[in-house]
Design a protein around this ligand. Sequence first.
Ligand SMILES: [Zn+2]
Length: 384
Amino acid sequence: MLDQETIDRLRELDADGHPVLSVYVGLRPEVGTLRELPARLKDLLDPLTETTESMAREDRMSLREDVRAVLGMTGRIAEDLGRGVAIFRCHAAGIDEYVSLPAPVRDRAIVESTPYLRPLEAMLSHLRRYGVVVVDRRKADIFRFYQGELEAWEEMAEEEIRKDNFAGWYGLEEHRVRNHADEVLQRHYRAVAARLAELWRSDDGFDLLIVGGHREHVDGLLEHLHPELRPLVAGTFTIDPRTMTPAMVEEAAEGVAAEWERRVAKEEVERLLDTARSGGEAVLGLAEVVPRVNQRAVDLLVVQAQTTRPGYRCRGCGYLALEADGVCPVCGGAMEQVPDVIDAVTEAVVAAGGSVHHVLGETDLAPYEVGAFLRFNIPTELTR
Ligand SMILES: [Zn+2]
């Protein structure tokens, strides 16, 4: 499981000056992903052999061993189909780490003196905690769903309707009994809704809510949900609470969560494309985005890139450029190459108080790789 402790532990790894190979592989669930895997890994890792030319012999041998090892891992990587993996290796320092990721990731292979952890941090900040409730006539089962895993949270059982309540009703019209049963049911929905609101407010609450059960009870609970929780409903599913298993609930929750994330990403990308194409405060593509990052004008960066692309960053002031053009035009400092300009852009946006969304599914942003909503839009020709 990806968590802050894992990231902190990886950050502490000491390669003693030897090169660390960091490899990220995104594994979309589409047919063909597995067949393409060996070739993709080879394409990703082959360019690294060029970078070994200038290394000391021991480092070169170490990196070659790491590349060989990763190429031999296709079987293990295949087990994470539909998600992604991160691998960190340094043969010379005995580092051999494999992290299964809860979602697809952009492919990257990077050699630096430390593990390359920014994609893990970005992913962790993106993960949503779901509350899942399966509501029935007399009870409700509440679960947490996080990183694809379901965990029981609590069970709520409505007070049994005592027999003596009914005893005195003998002979009364049937509809009065029905009315009573209906009142009990409404009270049950209200109790579940109130408990969900409490859990939501608790320290380890949830970001989004998924509601399952028979349709009538799902609708009944939704009607009684607190107004603050209504916008947090990611979706619903139908299940028979008497025959359900945790695995069935997990599968249903996974489907609802994936659909919610797809829908939200699609809407955001549509809004971005519309805004940019109508001349509003948004731009598309790295060539347009990078100058806006340098102006600190990016409010929200949206990323849907599949691969890494090197770029340049000023050692002095952090100015970013896609091409190396001598010294930094802002401060005259030296420009250094960064292995992935999109990660450098991400970091700069966050440092300037903006936020970053990573689009995981297929959207119309793919040909542009990145886009940005801006705080203000000064044509870049005026500021170059
Ligand atoms: Zn500079």
